[in-house]
Structures are given as structure tokens and as C-alpha cells.
Ligand binder design. Structure first.
Ligand code: GLP
Length: 241
């Protein structure tokens, strides 16, 4: 696991945007897995300011609320459309959103021959996509019930927050060829520390990234503040401590 700790959220966004751009230059038809939420927003905005050619890129989202009407401003479909597809010039037909039971999402990902590069955020309770604590480590795409803490954390973006969502499973996420997990702010420090330095356990779903052979974690100093430098010195390359 490659853990990169940078000064602030702006530096994290620039670093991750450069990773994505590099992958698209190498593979113009990249299958890019996108996270939603506040954390990766500056990444997409940095990419939109650049001159990368995303016209052949395919995009797959991690999760979506159940029950929001089409076009709802708080839906991840709108987020992906307004913040990613439109600004980057990605054809709407090349965007895959989760819907239904999740089985359709698995089928579409298989049709695309899998996700090449998956961006991930992390919830304050260690959730990954909408895999809440207790999710099986080999879970597949499915409908899940959201915890009260996740609903409270997301209430700023959609109110009331739906009770259920359809999400890629932890097993689905692990199938991506490469993972990039980003986190910023002290509010994520505890979850980041548990996910990266604790046991791999359903209690902290994001800990499953430890099982992936190709992971880059990009943190600002605040999100890394509960990890000691020695925790990044054996086997991990902590480039910016
Ligand atoms: C949300 C999303 C996740 C996201 C995470 C962190 O609930 N379902 O995909 O990565 O929680 O969100 P944020 O970046 O807004 O803190």
C-alpha cells in the first residue's frame, strides 16, 4: 500500500487529479470508478480545469440512494452528471449508475471488463461506498439500509436522507484493478487509522482495501493525524511525512 500524506485538501485534489489524468493518457478508454461525496469534488473540478481528453472514458459510480425522484439535486446521478460527466465531456451513454437490486450494476461492470481505476472516499464510521459496518467483506452490489450516523453526515446534501441505497459491495470494489482512497480533514482521522492500521474486519468496511494488491491512499495531514509515522515506514512508502 502506498500512503501519500500531503499538506491540505487542495494538494490531495491536485495529486489525485494527476493520477487520474495519467491513467487516462495511458488508456483513453479507461473505466473510471468514481466516488461521490464532498471529498473528491475538488478532484473533479481540478480535472475539469485541465485539458485532459475524457471523450472515450467510461464511468461507473459506486452507489446511489434508493427512492429519490429523477433529477433530484441530492442524488448521486445528478452529482455524476453535473460534476463529472458534463464538465469532463464524458458521453452520458458512457456513465453507469447503480440502480435496482444491484445485479444490473454487476452485469454492466462485467460487460465493461471491470473497473480499471476506482476512486474511493471513506465514511466517518469507516464505511466504503455505502457498505456500512457489518458488511461482508466479499459482498456484491445490493440494496442496503443506511445507518443513522451516515444519514446525519449526509443530511447537508440531501434532506431527508433516504433510508436505503444501492451500493457496490466490498467484493465488487476489490475486483477493480487499482484503488485510490482519498480522505481529508480530522473528521476522517479515526476511520483512516482504523482502516489502514487496524484489523481487516467488517466492523470497519474500508479496512478491506488492505486486501487489494494495488492501492494508493492519499491523505491530508489532518486525516493522517491519528497514524504515527512508524505506521507508514514498514512496507508502505510514506512520501511526504
Ligand atoms: C458517502 C458516500 C461514499 C463517500 C463517503 C464519504 O456516504 N456513499 O461514497 O465516499 O460517504 O463522503 P464525504 O466525502 O462527503 O465525506
Amino acid at each position: 500500500m502506498d500512503v501519500v500524506v500531503l499538506d491540505d485538501a487542495e494538494a490531495v485534489a491536485a495529486y489525485v487529479a494527476a493520477l487520474v489524468l495519467d491513467a487516462v493518457v495511458r488508456e483513453p478508454e479507461l473505466v473510471l470508478g468514481v466516488a461521490t461525496g464532498a471529498t473528491p469534488l475538488p478532484v473533479y473540478r481540478a480535472l475539469a480545469r485541465g485539458s485532459g481528453d475524457f471523450s472515450r472514458v467510461r464511468v461507473v459510480a459506486l452507489d446511489e440512494y434508493v427512492g429519490l425522484p429523477a433529477g433530484h439535486r441530492g442524488s448521486y446521478t445528478e452529482y455524476v452528471s453535473q460534476e463529472i460527466a458534463y464538465p469532463l465531456g464524458i458521453h452520458p451513454g458512457n456513465v453507469v449508475m447503480p440502480w435496482g437490486s444491484g445485479a444490473e450494476l454487476e452485469r454492466r461492470i462485467t460487460e465493461l471488463d471491470g473497473v480499471d481505476l476506482q476512486l474511493l472516499g471513506i465514511g466517518r464510521n469507516g464505511h466504503l461506498a455505502f457498505n456500512e459496518p457489518g458488511s461482508p467483506l466479499d459482498s456484491r452490489a445490493r440494496v442496503v439500509e443506511l445507518t443513522e450516523s451516515t444519514r446525519a453526515a449526509n443530511a447537508a446534501y440531501v434532506d431527508p436522507v433516504p433510508t436505503h441505497a444501492v451500493t457496490q459491495g466490498l467484493g465488487t470494489i476489490l475486483d477493480a484493478r487499482e484503488l485510490v482512497l482519498l480522505a481529508t480533514g480530522t473528521v476522517k482521522a479515526r476511520a483512516v487509522s482504523a482502516a489502514l492500521t487496524g484489523a481487516v474486519t467488517p466492523d470497519c468496511p474500508a479496512s478491506v482495501v488492505q486486501r487489494h494488491p494495488r492501492v494508493t491512499v492519499v491523505l491530508d495531514a489532518a486525516a493522517a493525524s491519528m497514524m504515527a509515522p512508524w505506521q507508514t515506514s514498514s512496507g508502505w512508502s510514506a512520501r511526504a511525512w
